[in-house]
Design a protein around this ligand. Structure first.
Ligand SMILES: [Zn+2]
Length: 247
């Protein structure tokens, strides 16, 4: 993956090194939310959420992303390597304003025991509740207030997590081929198979994903988001609901 500066108004755009269409990171480009966010359908790009999350945290709105393959590299399963690369390269202020989306009234979506809501608030913030299906793991929560918490300390290092029992099925579908105990927090029948970086690493990672998925709006959100047992599909559904709120 090669990241290059882009002019104001271009947004974050993905290109395959082999050619093909340029895909802008936007809600209308989303073609998949099953375990990862895919843009542009067949021939498009997959797993854009950690890059979008890190770029948002560094304050980058315009970026040209060239990919050797069809997927953003997973690296250590967190957003920290991308955050550090972007921070090291530096950020240039551009002569354009980033539009703001103000949450005026509660916007929510969900199903069964999973839901997500955005509430009016003077700036962005998020809280996430995660439950895990393992006998020794308790429910966990994480909160993120960008005015108080340093993204690179509390959010970026949190890794992708998943169930050992799902790994074989994912591999048969050609997914999660790079997943290992080095880059994934893996849950077995009774608990974690490897050491978590934080007691609530899973909930922190969900906030990492949420921030990246909401970045598809291309606007700064003034609102507080609360998610319970949600994931990419509900994150994108909330983003669409916020867009359609019309502010
Ligand atoms: Zn993730």
């Amino acid at each position: 993956m090669v990241l290059r500066p882009a002019p104001p108004g271009s947004g974050i755009v993905f290109r395959r090194a082999s050619g093909g269409a340029v895909i802008r990171a936007a809600l209308d480009a989303v073609t998949g939310t099953d375990g990862r966010v895919s843009l542009g359908g067949a021939g498009g790009v997959q797993t854009v959420e950690h890059l979008l999350s890190a770029a948002w945290a560094v304050g980058i709105d315009n970026l040209d992303v060239e990919l050797a393959g069809g997927e953003v590299p997973g690296m250590d399963g967190s957003a920290l390597p991308i955050f550090e690369a972007l921070r090291h390269a530096g950020v240039e202020r551009q002569d354009a304003m980033k539009p703001v989306l103000r949450v005026r009234t509660p916007v929510w979506t969900g199903e069964e025991s999973s839901w997500i809501v955005a509430l009016p608030a003077p700036r962005f913030g998020a809280a996430y509740i995660v439950t895990q299906d393992a006998s020794r793991l308790e429910d966990q929560a994480a909160t993120y207030d960008p005015a108080r918490d340093r993204y690179e300390e509390v959010i970026a290092p949190a890794r992708t997590w998943g169930y050992e029992r799902d790994a074989e099925a994912l591999r048969r579908r050609g997914l999660a081929l790079g997943a290992s105990l080095e880059n994934t927090l893996v849950i077995g029948a009774s608990g974690y198979l490897n050491a978590p970086r934080f007691p609530n690493e899973a909930a922190r990672h969900k906030i990492l994903d949420l921030v990246g998925d909401l970045a598809l709006l291309g606007r700064d959100i003034h609102g507080y988001v609360i998610a319970v047992r949600a994931g990419h599909r509900l994150h994108v559904a909330l983003a669409r609901g916020l867009r359609d709120q019309g502010e």
